[in-house]
Ligand binder design. Structure first.
Ligand code: C5P
Length: 324
């Protein structure tokens, strides 16, 4: 049994963090990587839809994870659990000094949604333990730990608007986009497996992957349009250039996702796209009033008690401390 951790009153024992979701404004699959993953070019954007993650030092052995959603696993299959486990292994002296880790997840981000819900929880655990154990890790060091756990987790730490390359873990910040509003639509009983989406993409389109360095470079240029639109703060052009290669495999296999995409497309919006591997489809608009109107129009066009909507907006940060 772990001994009682030291009781210096100055050491804060609990941190509550806001862990925002993300959407993909752009997702291009370039080809295969030697590590079995895909080489990607993505533009990622944090949104205000967020989970609340609390990490606490406790006189317990190991990790205890609680979640207010009974469908979320609380064992080592949960990325937040794995993040805490990684910190315990990397910083065993601090673990011995501060004791075990209790994590509370207050979930608002849906699962299997392509919104990085699990990744952002893991990001919050890394950031929270860094503070709780006074590790003083830099953002770069946190990114390196995050990349060991999952491709989207480094972005979830820093957030905002970023170009993500490699597996998705190499980040270059992009200029802030003006505060666009986002309507998200997702069927509650319709998760999409990310490994399935990438595997199916490889099986279907692997023969088209570039094979020469020149072809590889040419493929990378495709992202130039949306990057230029973002650099010039041209929101309308950016929305015209939304792109997600995974739609090519997910939409034909999930007609209900295709239908959401088609319904959004009929409305007066800046643009619509599936996020990540789905099954969330988002629409971008310029005001809260427009977002509420689009949500109402969508609910009327696709009445289904299993269809959830969220109205949210772009946010310029990743994981951050909650004021509460
Ligand atoms: O890195 P992460 O665990 O989030 O990835 C989930 C799955 O998505 C991977 O197991 C892999 O099947 C697929 N993936 C990929 N190439 C990437 C990122 C993810 O093939 N760059």
């Amino acid at each position: 049994m772990m001994s009682e951790p030291d009781t210096q009153p100055c050491l804060m024992r609990s941190y509550s963090l806001i862990a925002p979701a993300k959407i993909n404004l752009y997702l291009q699959i370039l080809g295969d990587r030697p590590d079995g993953f895909h080489e990607l070019v993505m533009v990622l954007q944090s949104i205000d839809l967020a989970d609340l993650v609390t990490v606490r030092s406790r006189a317990i052995d190991g990790i205890r994870l609680h979640c207010d959603n009974p469908d979320v696993p609380t064992d080592e299959t949960n990325l937040a659990y794995r993040a805490a486990d990684l910190m315990i292994r990397e910083f065993s002296d601090e673990y011995a000094r501060f004791g075990g880790i209790e994590i509370d997840l207050h979930k608002r981000i849906p699962m299997g949604a392509g919104l990085a819900g699990g990744s952002t929880n893991a990001a919050a655990v890394l950031v929270g333990i860094n503070m709780m154990w006074h590790l003083g890790l830099t953002q770069g060091e946190l990114h390196d730990l995050a990349a060991m756990l999952g491709s989207d987790i480094p972005f979830c730490i820093s957030g905002g608007t970023a170009l993500a390359t490699g597996r998705g873990e190499k980040l270059d910040p992009l200029p802030d986009l003006s505060n666009l509003y986002v309507v998200l639509a997702k069927y509650r009983d319709l998760p999409v497996s990310t490994p399935w989406a990438y595997k199916t993409y490889r099986q279907t389109f692997g023969h088209t992957y570039p094979t020469t360095p020149a072809a590889w470079d040419a493929a990378k240029q495709k992202a130039g349009g949306i990057l230029s639109a973002i650099a010039h703060h041209d929101v309308k052009q950016m929305a015209n250039l939304l792109h997600n290669d995974l739609e090519r495999v997910v939409l034909p296999s999930y007609p209900k996702v295709q239908q959401l995409r088609d319904e959004f497309q009929r409305l007066d919006i800046l643009g619509t796209m599936m996020s990540g591997s789905g099954s969330t489809v988002f629409a971008l608009v310029e005001s809260m009033a427009q977002a509420e109107q689009v949500k109402a129009q969508m609910s009327r066009a696709t009445p289904d008690s299993n269809l959830d909507f969220w109205v949210t907006k772009f946010c310029q940060s990743g994981v951050r401390l909650s004021n509460n």
